[in-house]
Design a protein around this ligand. Structure first.
Ligand SMILES: Nc1ncnc2c1ncn2[C@@H]1O[C@H](COP(=O)(O)OP(=O)(O)OP(=O)(O)O)[C@@H](O)[C@H]1O
Length: 631
């Protein structure tokens, strides 16, 4: 509250300053710049105006301490306060919030770099920097907020929309098309250079490229939020001139990367109602649609919350729903899952899947290739303002050479797929009688864990410890699993396993769904198709057994008993890991370096020296560990 008042006083001071300026005689001026200066009369008016502003703003703030904002609006509305006035309060409130948040963040940045230390004048200087920077940044932020307003149908530029083709003829044309599209920012920077591409109805497209490639700029143009491009933009085959960009805004909605720019009203329900009002809905119809959206998107409990008090995931969700409320034909999302945890990422992906099924065209930008590979059917790759690649997703993801060349990671499923084109061969039953001392590589044999309970979690822990990638298919996860999912330790597919068609690219399947009958049925399918599998409900049934494994100091120990006695194998494993000396891995690494050097050395004297050093280190290592233990 005090900080808000301080910031507000500073801006009131700035805005009343011009009132005190004027022309006058020497005696009527406080400061005289040759007939111009701060006039005595003007100063009195300025001070009075300033005090009045401050008093009314402070009383409003005080009121807001006790009365939630949405209640205040209800009161104002019931008193018949003009709509314009209420909207003005809404925007002012939001602007003060932007100021406060910006100031708060700069202050934190100053403190974290040992700001606010030293003499009074230095402290004063730091405070001055905070205020001036707040002012500049809040201007930038309010520009972005304005984009957020426009992306949801707010119009104040008096733009004309283009004359429409008939619906029937529209379907003959691509939905969106850009030809040789270029764009310069005001400082002259050319952010887009001759981009040409066509977007058809119902497509799911991922726009990828490194920072600064021009993705957000292209999105701003496609959604009609930037003007003065050069080149051609077509919507349903109709050429759109920059002054007709409102047609783009009506059909193409953009969810900005930073949700704070998209959310500006005092409550979640007002956020959603904003777009509905811009669509022309009023009273009963508006209320009905609002309730429908709040229920469908699970926001009823948050309806009165101010958006800036929500978590990042909740903010993104509200921003997405608020944009969907306007029912756009094309939905563009700028990095939709940046800063989201696994659960919110899945929620967003599920929603996008539903929208795709409902026929929407969706374009996302992302730096997460796993996400892009899960979402998109087509991928556009940008570099330095140019579109350098436009390909079907499988085609691009399998092109490891191009991806490597562009320093983009190949999605995991595609890295492994290249090794396993051939269908798995059935495993002959007699082979199951042997315990093969093999460490299978999950790159060539991807793993799917089915189930999200504690049993499966215990198996998963060993994989996580050794950084072996795997997927988990389960409609819900136990707490430990959820925590690991949040850390991104594995890929969660949040649905129930229904049979072999769900196995995907996996070659090893561990079943732990808690229903022995079901597990057996699934196991029979897997066995017939030649997969490696294991059942938690019946350890004797699978063709793959989990031994007790421990990974420590660069060594993986796997203990397996012929008599399937996990309590014994677990104990042996624990004893081994407890007694393995610390620093063992460093000595192993040194030993391996000696061996490598020995193989490469050509000089005989050098070889002898290295051989002696190798033998000495090996002997001391065995002495300290294995010999000691066995004697
Ligand atoms: N308002 C602006 N004024 C001047 N240059 C800008 C402005 N906004 C962006 N740029 C420049 O345009 C280029 C493209 O920026 P853009 O935000 O479109 O990239 P991007 O691919 O979305 O990057 P990121 O992945 O980091 O979000 C960058 O070099 C950036 O510095």
């Amino acid at each position: 509250m005090t900080r808000r008042l301080l910031i507000l006083s500073f801006f009131i001071l700035l805005s009343i300053l011009p009132i005190a300026l004027g022309r006058g005689e020497g005696s009527s001026l406080w400061i005289d710049f040759g007939g111009w200066g701060i006039t005595k009369g003007g100063s009195v008016v300025a001070v009075k105006t300033g005090l009045r502003c401050l008093a009314s703003a402070s009383s409003m703030m005080l009121l807001l301490q006790f009365l939630p904002l949405h209640r205040l609006y209800t009161v104002l509305r019931s008193l018949g306060t003009p709509k314009l006035f209420i909207e003005l309060i809404e925007l002012t409130y939001r602007y003060i919030f932007v100021l406060e948040e910006t100031a708060g963040q700069i202050r934190l940045a100053q403190i974290s770099r040992l700001g606010y230390q030293g003499s009074l004048s230095e402290k004063f200087q730091h405070f001055g920097m905070l205020l001036s920077r707040t002012f500049i940044l809040s201007q930038v932020e309010s520009d972005k907020l304005y984009l957020g307003l426009q992306s949801r149908g707010y119009e104040d530029e008096g733009l004309r929309s283009s004359s429409h083709n008939s619906t029937e003829s529209m379907n003959h044309f691509p939905l969106l098309q850009v030809k040789e599209l270029s764009f310069h920012y005001e400082d002259g920077y050319e952010a887009l250079r001759g981009v040409t591409c066509t977007i058809q109805r119902g497509e799911r497209i991922a726009l990828i490229g490194h920072n600064g490639a021009g993705k957000s700029t292209l999105f701003l143009l496609l959604s009609g939020l930037q003007s003065s491009w050069s080149g051609e933009v077509y919507l349903h085959g109709q050429l759109i001139h920059p002054q007709e960009r409102v047609s783009l805004r009506q059909q193409v909605a953009l969810v900005l990367q930073n949700s704070n720019y998209q959310l500006f009203t005092p409550s979640v329900e007002d956020e959603i109602a904003f777009g509905l009002k811009n669509m022309g809905l009023r009273e009963e119809a508006l209320h009905k649609r609002l309730e429908e959206l709040l229920t469908r998107y699970n926001l009823a409990k948050l309806r009165h919350k101010p958006p800036h008090e929500l978590s990042e995931g909740q903010k993104k969700w509200v921003a997405l729903v608020a944009v969907l409320a306007t029912d756009p034909e094309v939905l563009i999302l700028d990095e939709p899952t940046a800063a989201l945890d696994t659960l919110y990422t899945e929620r967003v992906l599920d929603l996008l899947e539903q929208l795709h099924l409902a026929g929407k065209t969706i374009i996302i930008s992302t730096h997460d290739m796993e996400l892009a590979s899960r979402f998109a059917d087509r991928v556009l790759l940008m570099e330095a303002g140019k579109l350098i690649c436009d390909r079907k997703a499988p085609d691009l993801w399998s092109d490891s050479i191009l991806l490597k060349d562009k320093h983009l990671p190949q999605p995991w499923a595609w890295r492994t797929r290249t090794h396993q084109q051939a269908p798995p061969r059935p495993i002959r039953t007699e082979l199951q009688q042997y315990h093969l001392p093999l460490f299978l590589s999950s790159e060539t044999l991807p793993i799917l864990l089915v189930g999200g309970g504690k049993g499966i979690w215990r198996k998963a822990q060993g994989l996580i410890e050794r950084r072996i990638p795997f997927k988990v298919m389960a409609p819900a996860l136990c707490d430990e699993f959820t925590e690991a999912a949040r850390r991104g330790d594995f890929e969660w597919i949040p649905r129930a396993y229904t049979g072999i068609s769900d196995v995907g690219e996996a070659r090893i399947v561990i079943l732990g769904i808690g229903d022995a009958g079901e597990e057996l049925r699934f196991a029979q399918e897997l066995e017939a198709a030649g997969y490696l599998f294991s059942l938690l409900s019946d350890a004797t049934r699978g063709n793959l057994q989990f031994g007790a494994t421990a990974h420590k100091e660069g060594i993986t120990l796997s203990v397996h008993s012929d008599y399937r006695l996990p309590e014994i194998t677990q104990q042996l494993k624990t004893v081994w890991s407890e007694t393995l000396p610390d620093g063992f891995e460093a000595r192993l690494r040194a030993l391996s370096q000696y061996r490598q050097a020995l193989q490469e050395a050509t000089d005989e004297a050098e070889r002898t020296r290295l051989r002696q050093a190798y033998d000495k280190l090996k002997e001391s290592l065995l002495q300290d560990t294995i010999h000691d233990r066995t004697h």
